[in-house]
Design a protein. Structure first.
Length: 386
């Protein structure tokens, strides 16, 4: 991985720090603002929704002003909005600040993925992308462990001050990353790349898979810290347990990167879905800290296996519209996450965590099967032409 890609990796880390800081603090924020947990979950849902829906917009902005320039702008807006989250006094202001922050931070990971895909040799693309995800894993582990500790000791607002400062640093260091060559303007307009992706049947299937993955896997991960806290464990314990997810991604991502040339992509999707289903099934029966740590390890391994495979597919499925494809993939993923957070809010408010995790476990099975079938039937357009 080049120095420039490592700077993008840091930007992905900054985005992930903010994205995963909130779940371990759901109960702490609820108590401090004196609002229901479902209200805080709605703020998390608004964040995920903006994170997903604004992705294509950043793709269009990047096509106009440049990939790195648009990313620096996004990180500046993210820094301001995240710092503003510390001023929230009720559910409305919390939702508003998280909505803006989610939309701004949404530019980070897809742009980093696109940059890696555009600059890596085809044979190394999956490996470079999974290596890039180590920044995401570090952010996940740091956020889930650190946010819980900060909420328990200093207060939940300090966590967002930290993520906002990290976004500002990312904005500054991105000035060292060279801009990619401007793409050739499409003859049929600015929205041509988005139309090209949506006209592709394999791309549409991939977007559907990403939506379901976001609702199930990321939705389950969002509620796991609150489930641990409901057992009587403190916020710091819940966050520390959830950090096992980031550790698992950090360990498993490079392994997947090494074996992906010998193991079919469909097998990696099935394995990931199976691991996530086992984790959800375990969580449906118990969310005691030790069991929850095992669940997080299973979720992290599933993410490294299934998600990184789907993510690599997103960089290849419509080669002539790579940035649009990655942006729409992320849009689908986090729209699914928002739907999962909203759908799971009422049963979580009622303390029915087992129902949430049980439903996710059941639905992960067809996700793995259908995802594997779709990937095994797909043939790269580049390979077909050659």
């Amino acid at each position: 991985m080049t120095r420039h890609t490592r700077l993008l990796q840091f930007t992905a880390l900054a985005s992930t720090l903010d994205r995963f800081a909130m779940p371990p603090m759901l109960l702490a924020i609820s108590r401090d603002l004196d609002i229901p947990v479902s209200g805080v979950a709605s703020a998390a849902g608004a964040y995920f929704l903006a994170y997903g829906l604004v992705q294509p917009l950043w793709g269009l902005i990047s096509a106009r002003v440049g990939v790195i320039r648009s990313l620096r702008l996004a990180m500046l807006v993210a820094a301001v909005a995240t710092a503003g989250t510390t001023l929230a006094v009720d559910a409305t202001s919390l939702v508003a600040f998280r909505l803006v922050a989610g939309g701004a931070f949404s530019a980070a990971v897809p742009t980093a993925l696109f940059y890696a895909g555009a600059t890596a040799a085809p044979g190394r693309r999956h490996r470079d992308i999974t290596a890039l995800m180590s920044g995401v894993a570090l952010g996940t582990a740091g956020a889930t462990a650190g946010a819980g500790v900060l909420a328990a000791t200093v207060g939940w607002r300090s966590a967002f001050l930290l993520t906002g400062a990290t976004a500002l640093v990312a904005c500054l260091v991105l000035g060292r990353v060279p801009e990619l060559p401007a793409p050739r303007a499409a003859a049929d307009g600015l929205f041509a790349p988005l139309r090209a992706v949506l006209r592709s049947r394999p791309a549409r299937v991939l977007l559907l898979l990403a939506t379901v993955e976001g609702a199930l896997l990321m939705g389950a991960l969002t509620f796991l810290p609150a489930a641990v806290g409901a057992t009587g464990s403190g916020t710091a314990v819940a966050g520390g347990v959830t950090a096992a997810y980031g550790v698992a991604v950090l360990v498993c991502a490079p392994i997947v990167g090494r074996v992906q040339q010998r193991v079919p992509a469909a097998a990696l999707i099935v394995a990931g879905a199976g691991l996530a289903a086992v984790g959800c099934l375990l969580a449906a029966f118990t969310t005691a800290p030790v069991a929850a740590a095992v669940v997080c390890l299973l979720f992290g391994a599933a993410w490294a296996s299934m998600h990184s495979t789907l993510q690599t597919w997103a960089t290849e499925v419509v080669p002539e519209a790579g940035l649009a494809s990655v942006s729409l993939f992320a849009c689908a993923l986090f729209t699914g996450s928002a739907l999962g957070a909203v759908a799971g809010g009422p049963p979580v408010e009622a303390g029915r965590f087992g129902l949430v995790f049980g439903v996710a476990a059941v639905l992960l099975v067809p996700l793995g099967v259908l995802g594997a079938l779709a990937r095994s039937r797909w043939r790269s357009p580049v390979a077909v032409r050659s």
